[in-house]
Design a protein around this ligand. Structure first.
Ligand code: F3S
Length: 63
């Protein structure tokens, strides 16, 4: 599974970083995120993060 953060939506709420810190990371001056492959043991956490993002900026996809 892969996850991508839609940077046109992300407002830096950081729920994703709280719920899945091994996958999501705030970085840069604007506090934005980057996309990454999701290890199998992190899939459920990433799903929770996607559900928790207030602006639905986290997109999930199969590899
Ligand atoms: Fe951005 Fe949503 Fe995370 S707004 S910082 S992708 S919780």
């Amino acid at each position: 599974m892969r996850t991508v953060v839609d940077l046109t939506r992300c407002q830096g709420y950081a729920q994703c970083v709280f719920l899945a810190p091994e996958v999501f990371e705030l970085h840069g001056e604007e506090g934005l995120l980057y996309a990454t492959a999701v290890p199998d043991d992190q899939v459920e956490r990433v799903r929770q993060a996607a559900a928790a993002c207030p602006v639905q900026a986290i997109l999930l996809g199969e590899e």
